[in-house]
Design a protein around this ligand. Structure first.
Ligand SMILES: [Mn+2]
Length: 302
């Protein structure tokens, strides 16, 4: 049995803690003891003890090979320019984990399809970070992209997605990169927030990973639902791997909460103009016709 330890971090606030549980469950289910996971949750002050206890009990059955710790974000980000604070939590990892040399960070709009030993043991040499490239050229006319020279990075296809990161915390700390990150965040609100900051400051010290570690390619090891469409949002066409997300969602105590949220906005929009029973029937019909996930169908039928 392999007992290698892997440090991994997730960041979330009160709006996304239930979704984070799906991400974490997928990791522990897919890994099945192959590695020991030290899970660090960097969370907002609004995550109280009750929520921590619920999450801890969700993961109890995996405690023989995993541990979970919560670290609350204090006032580190009080003065940043952007209002989307939770995106910046990942930039705090070097300072809130002073004794850790290396960590994987991932978003929580994401599920795992593989153990992470390969990724974690990657040779970073002296680079700050490993990540997958992002084709993100839509912002070329943005003033800050021009001012800080982020556009040429994207143009040369060296721009990375910050949803999956292997971070060389030791190197980041010894170069005081965590302080530079916060200073920059206090100065500007970049269009892609934390991601622009990482791309700008880590330029030339990035190891590029194959796409299977981020995004929904066929052989994906890490499936990232980047973009505004998510598997838990009703949309006309399901995203690839939506069923897998619901498979893991079903292993959490929150499945009915997810289903209610998924279905309600669509149902409500229909019942504004149609009789309630008819709106409900149309929902059922569409979901069935489009062969939506059986958990969703089950919910709609009842
Ligand atoms: Mn994401």
């Amino acid at each position: 049995m392999n007992t290698k330890e892997i440090n991994i971090a997730f960041c979330f606030d009160e709006n996304f803690w239930t979704y984070a549980s799906v991400t974490i469950i997928s990791l522990l289910e897919v890994s099945k003891n192959q590695s020991n996971y030290n899970i660090y949750c960097i969370v907002s002050n609004t995550i109280n003890n009750t929520i921590e206890n619920i999450l801890e009990s969700n993961f109890k059955q995996y405690s023989s090979f995993s541990s979970i710790k919560f670290i609350k974000v204090a006032n580190h980000l009080d003065n940043i320019k952007s209002t989307k604070k939770s995106l910046y939590y990942r930039l705090l990892l070097p300072s809130v984990l002073p004794n850790i040399d290396r960590i994987i960070y991932t978003d929580i709009d994401l599920i795992f399809n593989s153990d992470l030993q390969d990724l974690y043991s990657l040779d970073l040499t002296n680079n700050y970070v490993a990540a997958v490239k992002d084709a993100c050229k839509s912002n070329e006319k943005n003033y800050l992209w021009q001012k800080y020279g982020i556009y040429p990075i994207a143009k040369n296809e060296h721009y990375i997605n910050s949803g999956v990161l292997l971070l060389n915390l030791r190197k980041l700390k010894s170069d005081n990169m965590d302080k530079s990150w916060i200073q920059l965040a206090e100065k500007e609100s970049f269009p892609f927030h934390d991601q622009d900051i990482i791309n700008l400051t880590c330029k030339g010290k990035i190891t590029f990973l194959p796409t299977e570690y981020n995004f929904s390619v066929d052989n994906a090891k890490i499936i990232h639902f980047a973009g505004s469409n998510k598997p838990w949002i009703f949309s006309k066409n399901n995203l690839k791997f939506t069923e897998l997300w619901w498979f893991y969602a079903h292993k959490t105590p929150f499945v009915s909460f997810f289903l209610t949220n998924y279905y309600k906005p669509y149902y409500n929009s229909l019942t504004k103009v149609l009789p309630k029973w008819f709106g409900r029937f149309i929902c059922w019909f569409i979901l069935k016709k489009e062969n939506r996930h059986k958990f969703i169908n089950n919910y709609v039928k009842t």
